[in-house]
Design a protein around this ligand. Sequence first.
Ligand code: 6GU
Length: 222
Amino acid sequence: MRIDVLTLFPPMLDGFLSESMLGRAQAAKLLEIKVHNLRDWTKDKHNTTDDRPFGGGAGMVLKCEPVFAAIEELQTPGCRRIYLTPDGTPLSPALALELSQQQHLVLLSGHYEGIDQRIREKVIDQEVSIGDYVLTNGTLAAAVLIDALARFIPGVLGEEKSLTTESFTSKLLDFPQYTRPAVYRDMSVPEVLLSGNHGEIEKWRHAKQVEKTSSVRPDLLK
Ligand code: 6GU
């Protein structure tokens, strides 16, 4: 899978993409991610990427010219061109899974105030939001989207099994985990986990999942 990210702030992604699971996934050629500076597609001497909105109002609007030029250069037949914006479709596990099965994504990171509507209509296939809050720009949102979908690419997570038993794929939040020592500062690990009785452990874990979900996310139980 290949992902091209278009942003005004490439350094925001550098450390993020080279660390941990995503760094390893790229080293293992499971995933190829290229980050591009939108400014590289400007033609004027001030490298202008935005301008004042027609009709007035506060803030600046991302211009058509550099975005059309960038996307037309990066796109491939059948690729999915996604604009990250708070007014897009909410990111869900189902959407992350679907996007993980694409060959090629082009991600356009949003701008503070907005982008020219003609970009959305002509060179964007899908608009995605990562939640009901507003970020100063879409670059972090692009990072979140990449991380969420990378987990679904076979081989990216160490153990395939961890995918299916984790939060949200099962619609239940996770059970509590413990590791050694069995007693730390007078706090003991629940007895059942030390019992070696796998049936009882499964039952306990499921009960804890239901308990946690009903207290934190009752909406998931409906
Ligand atoms: Cl995709 N972009 C921005 N700027 N803010 C957001 C978002 C995206 N998703 C939630 N908030």
